[in-house]
Ligand binder design. Structure first.
Ligand code: TXA
Ligand code: MG
Length: 409
């Protein structure tokens, strides 16, 4: 199969109003319209395509077609017991997918979600809802709930509207790899496996949506931290006691099923070994990083990637921020003088994610940075932890899953 990449400028798509009940889409640009129509046709024919969302690129197909859903699992090589998120483009569409009320063919959104939807949709939030018979069991893998999301990315919103049916979409990476935040990442993982990738530029959030359950026995609980922060959710009425799975508590039964995102399966792993240094004191943290680099040199590893979570480890100001992907040789880099006793100099490649005072910037660059260093064939990637505040919570969650070695306090 030939994989074509077609670019859409998201600013060529507009919506009638802020109303999310049944918004109307306006596309004036003929090129945008023709790509969207072509994509909708492929989806109507049960094909799988990649689309940009505000979190990460998604691998989309018709959520109501078991044939189309099965293709998602085979393209990604995804374990068949890991359920998918269903994406909608209006509350009208959402209601039509919920278990119908008596004497009606539409369902009711649980009251507990009302304010949350009003405040955070469209956006990087996925909520668990009761599953109706309309949703194929291939989507939910036998769960009684279905994960639903109303994305804010204009391309995906417009595409769902044009299709008139919801789209199931996991992240568009090969299973186990870091999620894609650029169309080129999708091409790298899935070239030849899908017919179309819509390129809408770099994803804004860079980490996946927050998966939130307000109706289960442990509710309210964040099952997966993501683009919408814990702090934002906790500010909502009735959410004062919201907990974070795996941080505030764990549950033996939940551990056994893959519905708690990332619990059962390996995630976000680049080819290189990832070492996470999660130590608060900066000097102690840097000493540990130097020790690890030296150690790797002793072990015969030659190229080491550093994902910088401080503006950069370059000490002179003018060099700051200009080092991405460059081999570090200058004397003013914190790690340039680290040498192993037995084998000499080690090649260090730094990719600056941002500064921990702006976790939203780090989130946006995180998967891109992991993939960038991986493409440069580094033997190992070292990254310094950041505080688990705001987007920092999702970042640390992803880093812990990517890491094969974690050095804590
Ligand atoms: O931002 C996102 O959420 C992206 C974009 C494409 O929308 N999608 C995404 O999908 O990250 P995926 O499949 O990579 O992750 C979805 C997670 C899975 O880990 C899955 O276990 C969980 O959501 N999930 C799906 N249905 C669930 C359910 N009924 N109960 C609990 N967790 C569920
Ligand atoms: Mg994923």
């Amino acid at each position: 199969m030939i994989t074509r990449v077609k670019t859409i400028d998201p600013s060529t798509i507009q919506f009638s109003s802020d109303d999310i009940e049944d918004p109307q889409v306006h596309v004036t640009d003929p090129v945008t319209l023709s790509i969207l129509k072509e994509a909708a046709k492929l989806l109507t024919e049960d094909q799988v395509i990649a689309v940009p969302t505000e979190t990460v690129y998604g691998l989309a197909s018709n959520a109501l077609s078991p044939i189309a859903i099965k293709k998602i699992y085979s393209v990604k090589d995804r374990p068949s017991d890991n359920p998918l998120i269903v994406h909608v483009s209006s509350l009208k569409m959402l209601r039509s997918l919920l278990p119908p009320k008596e004497n009606s063919n539409i369902g009711e959104i649980p009251l507990i979600y009302e304010q949350i939807i009003k405040n955070f949709w469209p956006g990087p939030l996925t909520i668990l809802l009761p599953k109706s018979l309309l949703i194929p069991s291939e989507v939910t893998c036998g769960q009684s709930t279905v994960a639903m999301r109303f994305p804010s990315h204009p391309i995906t919103r417009a595409l769902i509207s044009l299709c008139g049916f919801p789209l199931a979409a996991p992240s568009a990476n090969a299973s186990g790899r870091p999620s894609p935040t650029l169309a080129s990442h999708v091409l790298m993982d899935l070239n030849g496996k899908i017919s179309l990738i819509i390129d809408g530029g770099q994803c804004n959030h860079g980490v996946e949506s927050t998966v939130f359950d307000a109706i289960g026995s442990q509710a309210p609980v964040i099952l997966r931290p993501g683009g919408l922060t814990f702090e934002s959710l906790r500010r909502m009425p009735g959410m004062e006691n919201i907990r974070i799975y795996n941080k505030d508590f764990v549950d033996k039964k939940l551990e056994m099923v893959p519905t708690t995102p990332g619990m059962k399966y390996r995630h976000y792993s680049p080819n290189a070994q990832v070492i996470l240094v999660d130590v608060c004191d900066k000097h102690k943290s840097h000493d540990i990083m130097k020790r690890e680099i030296r150690q790797m040199g002793e072990n015969g590893e030659r190229a080491i990637g550093i994902l910088a979570t401080r503006t950069s480890y370059v000490t002179s100001n003018e060099e700051n921020g200009k080092k991405n992907g460059k081999i570090i040789s200058s004397d003013d880099h914190l790690f340039s003088n680290v040498k192993s006793n037995s084998r000499g100099t080690i090649k260090i490649i730094e990719y600056t994610l941002g500064d921990s005072t702006h976790p939203e910037q780090i989130a946006k660059e995180l998967f891109k940075g992991l993939r960038y260093l991986d493409e440069r064939n580094v033997d190992c990637i070292i990254v310094e932890g950041i505080p688990e505040k705001e987007e920092g919570l999702a970042i640390m969650n992803r880093l812990r899953k990517a890491a094969s070695k974690i050095i804590g306090e």
